[in-house]
Design a protein around this ligand. Structure first.
Ligand code: SF4
Length: 147
């Protein structure tokens, strides 16, 4: 739990430093690999122990309004996952596969999803983004496969 209280620093590091030193963006896929591996351990293990965005939202947003019921529907969450995947792929295709450009793409994806998560957090409750987060859904999927 202690780790969760400081991981938000990593999020700010990726977003702020990554804009000037794009290679920092490569921290994002490393985190994604950790997320995928730890999903086999326990459902949403990464979310509750080390997610930088989850840490940031919990630390700095204090709202407590119910999120829309639609957000909890699997179909809607799958659509968000698909949209995220398509946007991610399109952004990657614009990079010419150069390490720095790929790093910047990871930073921009992280920045965009963080802005969205903060907006949702301010409108509803702090972790509303986590209800529809594509990586949260992927973790749940892995955990189901494991069973
Ligand atoms: S749902 Fe997504 S943003 Fe929320 S804690 Fe999990 S991985 Fe992080």
């Amino acid at each position: 739990m202690k780790l969760m209280k400081i991981m938000w620093i990593l999020l700010l590091f990726i977003i702020i430093v990554g804009l000037f030193y794009p290679l920092v963006g490569w921290i994002v896929p490393v985190l994604m690999i950790i997320l995928l591996v730890t999903a086999f351990k326990r459902k949403r293990y990464f979310c509750s122990t080390m997610c930088p965005r989850g840490s940031f939202l919990s630390m700095f947003i204090r709202t407590k309004r119910a999120s829309p019921k639609l957000f909890h529907k699997t179909g809607f969450r799958l659509v968000i996952l698909l949209v995220f995947f398509v946007l991610f792929t399109l952004r990657m295709m614009r990079t010419e596969m150069i390490l720095e450009q790929l790093g910047l793409a990871f930073v921009m994806i992280c920045l965009a999803s963080t802005i969205l998560s903060v907006i949702l957090g301010l409108i509803y409750s702090s972790r509303t983004w986590c209800v529809i987060c594509p990586m949260g859904l992927v973790q749940e999927g892995i955990n189901k496969i494991k069973k």
